[in-house]
Structure formats: C-alpha cells, structure tokens
Design a binder for this molecule. Sequence first.
Ligand code: GLC
Length: 508
Amino acid sequence: MAKKSSKNTAAQAVEIAEKPVEVKPEPAAEIRVAPKKKILFVASEAAPFIATGGLAEVIGSLSKAIARSDDYDVRVIIPLYQDIRKEYRKDFRYIGNLYVPLAWRNQYCGIFEYRADRVTYYFVDNEYYFKRSGCYGYYDDGERFAFFCRSVMEILGFIGFYPDVLHCHDWQAALAAIYLKTIYCHRPEYQFIRAVFTIHNIEYQGQYSLDILGDLFGLSEHDRHFVEYDHCINLMKGAIEVCEAFSTVSPSYAQEIKDPFYAHGLDPIIRRNEFKLTGILNGIDPDYYDPATDPALFANYSAEDPENKRICKEELQKMLGLPVKPDTPIIAMISRLVGHKGLDLVRAVIEDALREDIQFIVLGTGDSAYEAFFIDLARKYQGKVVSVISFNADLSRKIYSGADIFLMPSKSEPCGLSQMISSRYGAVALVRETGGLKDSITPYGAGGNGFTFNRYNAHDMLYVIGEAIGVYHMKDEWARLVKKAMETDFSWSVSAKYYEGLYLSVLK
Ligand code: GLC
C-alpha cells in the first residue's frame, strides 16, 4: 500500500506560517535545563598563580576554555604554596578548615577559594607541607602530595561538590584518582565520580618504596596491586590502572609511550591499558600570547602587519650586546637545559652552524654541564652567541619576538608549548618530529609552518638549519612562511572539544 506523502512544498510552508500561532505558556516545572557537568581539575600547579612549566599553563588555559561552555562547571584545586603570587593571594577567600586523615596522621587543611573567568579555584593550605620555596624537590614530596590528594577527597564532602569527572594531572595528582577508586568509592556520593588521568610527562612517575604503602600513603595491602610496579610503588601506574580514561598531551606522544624508547619503563602498562588511552594536543591562550598587545615587547605587530618585528629584533640585539644586523638570522632556544630537550645534538654541531652568518641565543637553566657548555660557547663566540642562564619570562617574550628561527630538537616532547608561542610571534620553529612537536609543526617543504627533521641525529638537524637559513635569505618566501607560522591556530578551540568528548565518553 502506498504511503501518504508528507512532503512540505513551499506553498504549504507559507500557509502554515500564516496561521495564527497559539502560544501556550509552559508550566514552570516542565522547563528542564540540563545540569552542568561538573569537572574538577586536580594538579600541582596552575597559571597564573604558580608555574614551573607547561603543566601550569595547560591547567590555567584548558580549564578556562572548557568553562566557556555553559554546559560545564569547571573547578581547579592546587596546593597553597608559599610562592603563590601575592597579587592573587590577597583576593583569596577563606572558606573553612577540616582535618584530613593520612594513614596514622590527622592533618590540618585550610581551604581558600578564588573565582575568575568562570572557573573556581581552590587552594589547599597546610603550612607544614607547603610553606616552602618552590613546588617540588623535597625529601617528603610523596607525603606532601599524598596529603594534597587525600585533602581533595575530603574537601569534596566539606564543600558538597561531587564532580562528574575528577581530572587528575601527572603523578602528583595520581593519588586522588587512586583514593577515589579504593577508599572513597564505597561512599554513595563518590560512587559515580569518573576519573580521568592526563600524562604531561611520563618521565616523572612518582616512585616510592613499597614499605610506605600503608604508613605514608594510607593504602591497604588489598589495594597494593594497583600501585605496585617493578618492586616499587608507582603512582602514575596506579592512576592508569584505576581511571576510566587516560590521555596524553598530543596524539603522537600517545603512540610513542607504547614504545620503551619513550616510556621510561611504563610501556607494558600503557599497552595493556591502551583501550582507554587518547592523545589530545595542547593549545595556548592566544590572548595571553599575542604580539599585537604583549606589553613585554619592544614594539607590537601582527600577522597582517608584521613590520615592527624588525624593531623587536634590533632592540633585542642591542639589549644582548649583539651587533645590530637586520639581515643576519637569529636562531634562539628557550628551554630547560636537560637531556630530553635534544641538547646533545646542539652541542655536537652548533659550532658547524656558527660558521654561517647567524646569531645564536640561549635562555634557560638546568643541568650544570649544559649550562657550562653554553656559557663557554658564548665566551668563545662573543658577538655571535649569547647565553642567559636564568628563567626570565619577560626576556623570553622579547626573544620570541626578536628571533627568526626557534630551535627545539627534543629527543622526546609530550607536547611542548614553546614551538607554538614562537610561531605565534613569528619565530619559525625548527623541531624534531616527536610528540607534540610533530603534531604542531609541519615541514616547509610540504607547505607547512616550520622546519622538521625526523631521526635523532645531529647532522640531520644541521642540514635542516642550513635549509632554514637558505629560505631566510629569500625575503618574500620567508615573509610568507612567517605569516603562515603566525596564522596557525594553536588556540584551545579544537582541543577543548576533544576533552569534552572524552568527558562525555566516560560519563556514558
Ligand atoms: C610537560 C611536557 C611538555 C608539555 C607540558 C604541558 O611539561 O614536558 O611537553 O607541553 O607538560 O602539557
């Protein structure tokens, strides 16, 4: 039997529209607004309050990006370190205190709150653990972050905020997920909280002697199997085991950590839990890193109007005591001076590169052997090489804006933010194809936004440095490449959606 056609013709549509529309007020009870999804970020640092590296920037900018959506209530919790910036601290609001059980201890825990950009931040106060300079590097870091994680669990009850997703970052927050799934999951309010764990760097896993399982971490023998690995307690491993999903900060790194070359011993655990692993590329905050408005720069410029970048270069050369040479490419590195940043490649061939007419600037601190190497290099090549052994945010922005080529030859790089910042400031990135470097920088030869090399080999890097210098001297071509780098979208707009997808997948 033929069905009656229900096609709407244009004429029908007009007829329908012209009928008076009957407006029936809906009873209030029937208007339903979907509840916001509650996300709690647990981390050991967050910009702008305290930052020792990329983790803090990601916590600061990702939380803001997700909170922009009306569907999410995003909160962040970190320790109240002594070094939290004063200009923020004075506006923190004290909301109460409680005592937190940690094995046989019972420790004071004050809670402070601060709101900005639709995100609520909580700060965990305990002077015994956190009134020290810096964030890490103390003999009792295990105990300090165990206290922090146990406090997070207790604070949820105290403030009556039970998140849908507890999103823990790196080993310092791993115990929050572990406590949730061992000690707290039996309590009705905690029962439906899902745990997501993000690895920002697999090198730091939180490894401790098994002797302190109960005495310090307050875990029972029954739960030992979650955290035990390689005859130690391994907190990162524990979080991977208990969480509903885990992620890394770039898709390539998610693949790489299945391989022993990158995994620092955790590859069997990663492979076994691969079914719940995703890689999501970090973004940067494009307003915070904007050469058009950045007050740290000698002059402001943009992709549309890059002229003033010349001033930034000239002033940088003057400031660092380099000859002012507008047509000599400046190659810069801003990096922690540690092994996995690829510094042995630089050490092997930088003197070959310095035969060319270039200037080379290094900014960073780290292993004393690398610091000494760069200090010696600057002494030997005065007027060509400048090494600034310090952590200096203001100078870093002046270098991003004044440099032409930004070198980042990492042996491994979970994501890396500097290559994105440098691109945005028109310092074309030259990177090794690993982790997030591979996912954010594509080779010039293939129409991309930078220069890349694949093998961890000093002469491969040297060859590409030569290529970059060659392109630099083709004025129009270089200007096009700089524009392309500056226009690449490194904002959170895409990646924040992937995180939302990840949250929805664990909430199903
Ligand atoms: C770690 C990683 C770095 C990443 C950052 C933020 O510091 O080493 O590659 O960009 O975390 O996720």
